[in-house]
Write a protein that binds this ligand. Sequence first.
Ligand code: GLU
Length: 314
Amino acid sequence: MISPIRGRYAPSPTGGLHLGNARTALVAWLHTRSRGGSFVLRVEDLDSLRCKKGVFEINLAELRWLGLDWDEGPDRGGDFGPYLQSLRTEYYQAMLEKLQPWVSPCYLSRKDLQTLASAPHGLIEGYGLAERALNESLQTEKIASGKQPSLRLRGPQTSVAFEDLLMGPQAFDVGDFVLLRADGEWAYQLAVVADDLAMQISEVVRGDDLLPSTAAQVWLYQLLQRPAPQFLHLPLLLDAQGMRLSKRSGSLTLNEIQKTGLSSERLLGFFAHSLGLLAQSEPLSLPELLTLYSPEKLSREPYQLRPGELGLSA
Ligand code: GLU
């Protein structure tokens, strides 16, 4: 029988997982497993320029090293596959069709958008009424020049509100956002909602840098008249300089950390401490950590790594 509690972790295979990615994956797993739910591993490999071949297999191995397991995923199949977004075009096409009434072609280039004196702040893609008007005024000329449009969803007039399990009530102005890019690639917001719906995901754990994106996704659920999953956004892990970790800026990957000889128990203990689940950073096993987990105990503050913490240099 399929559990009604279904969580997931959805890595983008643009490089190895850094500590922040691994910590989010861990909490997603703990949150689902602590209530006997099914855990799904979905690979978000849509951006063909940024996603590299062979990387998702490395990501899966990194998660296994941490001790995580999943019931469905690209390596083991499942009832809701395929589990690689690059193979799910038909789901995205079907969802785009349902959203047609709210979709418009957008011909504006990045350069066009820069000609507007002040981009509206706070909107997820900085695209509001002025941008819409500019698009309309340039449309005829752009079509004549053969420019391929992206497809944009019209955002709501008012802000989108939702409740986050950890961070409480949230509300964001969303603006218009892209569903299908001009180069033919599906955009994150559409793909993630199409997949979370099709895979019957009931809870989403992700970093709090994605809170505004979640508002865009809640807007999609509202238009589709489908219930949104429960959301839990985690405050980020920051490096010793107070900056967010990123694959691009060369944060150490789990694979590299493993090679330093650090044990996964030590890393789990550090994660537990940084999340507010353990007073001291001391080694512990995943089953031990599972017994400690409860969402009420999670810290609402970002955690800044101390220089040399875990004996790592980055
Ligand atoms: N693929 C996204 C990432 O790796 C996660 C998106 C999500 O959790 O919805 O950051």
